[in-house]
Design a protein around this ligand. Structure first.
Ligand SMILES: Cc1ncc(COP(=O)(O)O)c(C=O)c1O
Length: 561
């Protein structure tokens, strides 16, 4: 978007009523107040206790990094004859690397100055890192208001913690997908924050259920109305669900409406007893954004798909489901981006995008907490992304990751299709998909009598379903709900989920029990026997195991191939 177009966008609205008591009471760290003078040329600096960079032991970093096109794009077919022959024999081309260096002292202003990144500096990140965040966010997410700010954090875990501290007081409630990332729960609960589950379907958080939760909220019984949402909208952890544009718009609308609805309704309905605004903020924790694999296409049809040879990065970016930022015309979204899934988790780096007031408060928190992301990380990543690769090649790298995770997702779902009879669910079970196919798996029929897909579906319809799943369209996870095992005799205190988990683990298959992600603490026993299966790492051939229905115990068991 051109500068002119950006400046014609509305400015963020005043959302200062969302700041927690802690956030309101933070002062600028007196030391950081000196920071704005530090870069001034000719300054005689005798104020800060900054160590002398000539005494930093690391003079130069020599880094070997993979080239940006190391991994094929999604659906790409090898055009080279030798590449094809090589892959026929199971080989993969040796990864190519490029070497680059980062010096302690930059010779020109364009170079990365490691001494600057290693020194005490701005919690927002180095100047070059901040410039990258700004350019990338504008290009990729195109926020719908003009005065958004980007700010470094130390990964989305740090980002989430800072958000909860900045927008919630102890005793507040945060709405969240009914199964969610356990670390967010472990962060919120000790802070006295209540996590309120909203039902999910194939597209993640259900707008209808969010409306129900908010419209039936009774402050006399449930405490202060929720004003913050925490959501993982793409490749949700653990359900793998991805929220489309329409759903995001519906949820955003509800978050806005509860501010104005309140003003109207406060005088007419007793259910709204609070005298505060009750509009909602959205914390968009989105580490899987670039791992959007798209709709699963069964193996037999994949060969016929068009290969992706498009070089224009904008074609790739425009093919991705947009962030909430694209619809956020008021500045009520705090977006969290992370390098964990696109560079490496150990880089401990990412960034916020939010309105200026929130950015300032989040930065103040950073100053007294992590200070700034690690200087080595900043130096290496900024050099790699902005100097070695540049924006176009960085986006090509992201396309390679999309391609890799797509083939892993395909392999995982192909395996389920191969090992079981898989047929689309019908009725209510199908409605759960919200536009995505819910697949049910049954024990395999002998294939010699089956000639067509419709015959196969008919043949399995009378059988007991083993489990169901939605082939994920993004992220790293398949969410599997078991339908068997209701008659299993459990040991005292044992849940069915733990029974199955232990059984599978003993056989050598470790998958994550759904109960780990359960938000509703009042449910002690499981509602559903569900598991999260990750397809992100491990070899493509390592996990062919057969889950069978043990007819005696009616419980799934695992047999190795
Ligand atoms: C939803 C979600 N948020 C945050 C994280 C952690 O991100 P980071 O490494 O950036 O702290 C994960 C990691 O698995 C995740 O799944």
């Amino acid at each position: 978007m051109s500068e002119e177009k950006v400046s014609s966008l509305p400015k963020s609205i005043d959302l200062s009523h969302h700041l927690s008591n802690l956030a309101k009471s933070r002062n600028v760290s007196p030391l950081k107040d000196l920071q704005k003078y530090i870069q001034r040329p000719g300054l005689i600096q005798m104020a800060g206790g900054l160590p002398d960079p000539t005494l930093f032991p690391i003079e130069t970093l020599h880094i070997d990094a993979l080239v940006s096109n190391s991994f094929a794009k999604k659906n790409a077919k090898s055009s080279s004859f030798f590449g094809w022959i090589w892959s026929m024999f199971g080989g993969a081309p040796a990864p190519k690397t490029e070497t680059y260096t980062v010096n302690k002292f930059a010779a020109t202003p364009e170079e990365i100055d490691m001494a600057h990144a290693l020194q005490y500096s701005s919690a927002g990140g180095t100047t070059q890192l901040q410039a990258f965040f700004r350019e990338f966010t504008q290009k990729v997410y195109t926020p719908a208001y003009a005065d958004w700010i980007t700010l470094a954090h130390c990964g989305n875990t740090d980002g989430t913690t800072r958000c909860f501290a900045t927008f919630c007081n102890p005793g507040d409630s945060v709405v969240v997908e009914e199964w969610t990332y356990p670390s967010a729960l472990s962060t919120a609960r000790p802070m006295g924050i209540k996590m309120v589950p909203v039902k999910v379907d194939g597209q993640g958080m259900a707008a209808v259920d969010l409306e129900r939760v908010l419209s039936t909220w009774d402050e006399n019984v449930q405490g202060r109305r929720p004003r913050v949402m925490y959501t993982v909208p793409i490749g949700q952890n653990p359900t793998g669900a991805t929220m489309g544009t329409e759903r995001k718009l519906a949820i955003y609308d509800i978050c806005v409406r509860y501010g104005t609805l309140f003003l109207f309704i406060n005088f007419s309905l007793s259910t709204f007893s609070s005298s505060e605004k009750s509009d909602m903020l959205i914390i968009e924790d989105d580490p899987y954004y670039f791992l959007q694999e798209g709709t699963y296409v069964p193996k037999s049809l994949r060969a016929k798909m068009q290969s992706q040879n498009e070089d224009d990065p904008m074609v790739f970016l425009n093919s991705l489901t947009p962030s909430y930022l694209k619809f956020d015309y008021q500045g009520r979204v705090i977006r969290l981006d992370s390098f964990s899934k696109i560079i490496a988790p150990g880089s401990r780096m990412g960034w916020f995008t939010c309105n200026p007031l929130f950015a300032e408060r989040l930065e103040r928190h950073g100053e007294t907490n992590t200070q700034a992301p690690c200087g080595f990380s900043q130096s290496i990543i900024v050099q790699l992304i902005t100097k070695q690769w540049g924006m176009k090649k960085f986006i090509r790298w992201l396309q390679g990751l999309q391609g890799e995770y797509t083939s892993r997702r395909d392999f995982m779902v192909d395996t389920l299709y191969e090992l079981f009879d898989v047929a689309p669910a019908t009725g209510e079970a199908a409605a759960f998909g919200a536009g995505l196919p819910v697949m049910t798996a049954y024990l395999k029929e002998p294939t010699n009598t089956i000639t067509s897909i419709s015959e196969k579906y008919k043949a399995v319809a009378s059988k007991t379903p083993l489990f169901s799943f939605i082939p994920p369209t993004a992220g790293m996870f398949v969410w599997i709900k078991f339908h068997v095992g209701q008659n299993v005799i459990l040991k005292p205190g044992e849940t069915l989920t733990m029974h199955i988990f232990t059984d599978l683990a003993e056989e050598g298959l470790l998958i994550a029990p759904g109960t780990m992600f359960n938000v509703d603490e009042s449910i002690i026993l499981e509602r559903e026997v569900a598991f999260r299966i990750s397809f992100s790492s491990g070899t493509h051939t390592g996990y062919k195991v057969l889950i069978t229905n043990d007819s005696k115990s009616k419980c799934p068991r695992v047999s190795r191939f």
